[in-house]
Design a protein around this ligand. Structure first.
Ligand code: DOR
Ligand code: ZN
Length: 435
């Protein structure tokens, strides 16, 4: 089926030369591709016309940090449920982390993820391969064969690369394959025993904290290694003000250093842990307000390259336990867009910057290929239609994920996805607009 999205506010900030497209336009989708953009387009015969007046029409969102749990932990999530959750959040491209069982550290696992996601057809899934075999931090995985099979970056996410020697080799090796190295920056010795952020709240509620420096000290070390090797380095889920200072300074010096921020880190603080709700437990932990403010400044001034969810589903088995014992991680796919819109309404960033952070920013950073994160005619028709005003209440029982561990349960948010098209096919259409 082909579609004509009529009179939406079409925003695309991917165009070369920095000019932004932001206008009330019609958008024609034919054969799974964006065929034409313009005013007063005629609907060819057989094309379904969808009224998008007053709605945002954006490129499908790109999320470079997702845990899909397949293979091996399908009771938490699988590629199918994760893709459905993504579609409900307007996300059409996801990079999935390798901490599956078995770990994605070789061609076989990468192949399996690629094949499974093609069968499901709910989103574009681009795997990230492991840095070290088995995520054990001892010897490097085979970057070349995983790259052939389709990985777009390497990471040991969930665990840091503690060994500076191994990190040096990883950067050198990744550089020869043009793969970004994504670091889960956490000095395990400094973080030891900490189940939340170290600070006043942890002291008050009697939980062991881990200091923000556990993150920034590792980022500082890594930036030295980047200066040495010249490889592309990306800080996953950056959460502290000091990390932002280091990344800002590295960029100023022209180093290939980038970072992402997760919505939970800009929308919540460690105060959320005060009720011992294990859905608030995440690595890196929710930080103090001072750090959150520094993230907001860095989102605004260009230090942050993209917003990524770190969607990390866990079941009741891992979460319905004491705070100390609970697994780290939160759902994120369905709430990233409405939380990002909060930044716009609060005047932290403008809508164009938000679209950049959620679409072409991450796509360019990870060289995901032409036609991703853009509405350029000829691109795959990955499109999200959003009612930016509509409010709704986040409800853990209504998520499309197999897990329920959202930290935003009960939060009133604004910004509802009305339709998600992936390669021209409706993958989320709660109002039946395409029927
Ligand atoms: O909170 C987290 N959960 N942080 C990570 O880095 C890994 C993730 C997971 O896999 O559950
Ligand atoms: Zn992660």
């Amino acid at each position: 089926m082909d579609y004509l999205l009529r009179s939406g506010r079409v925003i695309d900030v991917s165009r070369k030369g920095g000019e932004f497209l932001d206008a009330e336009l019609d958008l024609l989708v034919r054969d799974g591709k964006i065929a034409e953009l313009g005013k007063g387009l005629k609907a060819p015969a057989g094309v379904r016309v969808i009224d998008a007046a007053g709605k945002l029409v954006l490129p499908g969102l790109v999320d470079v940090h997702v845990h899909l749990r397949e293979p091996g932990q399908e009771y938490k999530e699988d590629i199918e449920s994760g893709s459905r959750s993504a579609a409900a959040g307007g996300i059409t491209t996801m990079c999935c982390m390798p901490n599956t069982r078995p770990v994605n550290d070789c061609r076989t696992v990468t192949d399996l993820i690629m094949r499974r996601s093609r069968e499901v057809g709910g989103a574009r899934v681009l795997p990230i391969g492991a840095i070290s075999k088995g995520l054990e931090g001892k010897s490097l995985a085979e970057f070349g064969e995983m790259k052939d099979a389709g990985i777009v970056a390497v990471s040991d996410d969930g665990r840091p690369v503690m060994d500076a020697g191994l990190m040096r080799r990883a950067l050198e090796y990744a550089k020869t394959f043009d793969l970004p190295v994504v670091q889960h920056a956490e000095d395990l010795q400094l973080a030891e025993g900490g189940v939340m952020n170290e600070g006043e709240v942890a002291t008050r509620i009697g939980l062991r904290g881990q200091p923000p420096q556990a993150e920034s000290i590792m980022v500082a070390r890594d930036i030295e290694l980047v200066e040495w090797t010249g490889a592309q380095y990306h800080v996953a889920h950056a959460s502290t003000g000091r990390t932002m200072d280091l990344v800002r300074d590295a960029k100023r010096r022209g180093l290939p250093v980038s970072c992402e921020v997760a919505p939970h880190h800009f929308a919540l603080t460690d105060e959320a842990c005060a009720t011992y709700n294990t859905d608030m437990k995440v690595a890196p932990p929710l930080r103090a307000e001072r750090d959150r403010q520094a993230l907001l400044a860095a989102l605004a001034d260009g230090t942050v390259d993209c917003i990524a969810t770190d969607h990390a589903p866990h079941s009741e088995v891992e979460k319905d336990v004491e705070f100390d014992c609970a697994s780290c991680g939160m759902l994120g796919l369905e709430t990233a867009l409405c939380l990002s819109l909060e930044l716009v309404r609060a005047g932290v960033i403008d809508l164009h910057r938000m679209v950049h952070l959620l679409t072409c920013g991450p796509a360019a950073l990870f060289s995901l290929g032409h036609g991703i994160g853009t509405l350029d005619p000829g691109s795959a028709a990955d499109i999200v239609v959003v009612d930016a005003e509509a409010s709704w209440t986040v409800d853990r029982e209504k998520t499309f994920s197999k897990s329920k561990n959202t930290p935003f349960h009960g939060r009133q948010v604004q910004g509802q996805v009305l339709l998600t098209l992936f390669a021209g096919r409706p993958v989320f259409d709660p109002k039946g607009l395409c029927r």
